[in-house]
Write a protein that binds this ligand. Structure first.
Ligand SMILES: [Cu+2]
Length: 141
């Protein structure tokens, strides 16, 4: 009898933990971007890829990278760095280097609303300079 109670208790506890984990991840918005071999960022279903987030919003970046014509010695094949559009200054913590395949990064959107740009920091081909994407931060409503 006592064993059964303990077992039931553990089962309920496990279910609660599973539920908590699930609801925590459900709140996190997933943004999927392909850093492609032709030195372009791509988002499924978007002709001109663009990311819009709310100030301070937690997001999960799921970034897939495919090797272009050249890459860094450390094995990174594309970068994903966020700059302020007005002065091209880097946003702290948003300086990611991508390896081949898919990687996830848990990020927090900048606190300051405005226009930003994502740029590649790895010279990935002759088209590297054009590898960028608009990124908009909306005020919190
Ligand atoms: Cu590049």
């Amino acid at each position: 009898m006592r064993l059964t109670t303990n077992y039931t208790r553990s089962a309920i506890l496990l279910m609660l933990i599973a539920f908590a984990v699930q609801s925590a991840s459900a709140q996190l918005r997933v943004i999927e971007v392909l850093a492609d071999k032709d030195s372009r960022y791509k988002i499924a279903g978007e002709n001109r890829p663009e990311i819009t987030v709310k100030a301070g919003e937690p997001v999960l970046l799921r970034l897939t990278a495919r090797k272009g014509k050249s890459w860094n010695r450390d094995g990174s094949i594309h970068g994903f760095s966020l700059l302020r559009a007005k002065d091209r200054s880097k946003v702290l913590g948003w300086d990611l280097l991508l390896r081949p395949g898919t990687q996830e990064f848990q990020m927090t959107a900048p606190a300051e609303p405005g226009e930003y740009v994502v740029v590649c920091t790895v010279v990935c081909s002759e088209d590297h300079e054009g590898m960028n994407m608009k990124f908009v931060v909306l005020p919190q409503s």
